[in-house]
Design a protein. Structure first.
Ligand code: RB5
Length: 145
């Protein structure tokens, strides 16, 4: 799967580790930065990944900041994006099954790397269930217009 990834300074260390993990899993990863842990503004990086997903240049996005919260708020401003801030593998599964989430935002400060790996694995291997969830997700997308 083609994955777009980025972080801010607070998520940089985990972003680097998670990028390697995604490559190990066999995914094609495009890293939208940053390239160091110098202080940056997370919306700049959320925008790059969200636009890659919105424009179908990537199938999924992964964003890491201190909490994942700011990244989710910013990414959800981009049309076609359903970004979710996830701290447990179970919620990653549900965000795919019920919400057809396409961007995952993670906490680099409050969630251990191993847990974030489990979250990513769940997020990338779980399909949208469709059915009764299809109309609900469509209603979310209709809010964009
Ligand atoms: C940066 O200090 C921090 O605010 C950012 O990484 C993120 O947690 C915002 O939601």
């Amino acid at each position: 799967m083609k994955i777009a990834i980025a972080s801010d300074h607070a998520g940089f260390e985990q972003k680097e580790a998670l990028k390697s993990y995604l490559v190990e899993l066999g995914h094609e990863v495009e890293d939208f930065g940053p390239s160091s842990d110098d202080r940056v503004d997370y919306p700049d990086f959320a925008k790059l990944v969200a636009e890659a997903v919105s424009q179908e240049k990537a199938e999924r996005g992964v964003l890491v900041c201190g909490t994942g919260i700011g990244m989710a708020i910013a990414a959800n401003k981009v049309s076609g994006v359903r970004a979710v801030n996830i701290v447990s593998p179970d919620f990653a599964v549900l965000s795919r099954q019920h919400n057809n989430a396409n961007v995952l935002t993670l906490s680099g400060r409050f969630v251990e790397l191993e847990t974030n790996k489990e979250i990513i694995q769940a997020f990338l291997t779980t399909d949208f269930e469709g059915g009764r969830h299809t109309g609900r997700v469509q209603k979310i997308m209709d809010l964009e217009h």
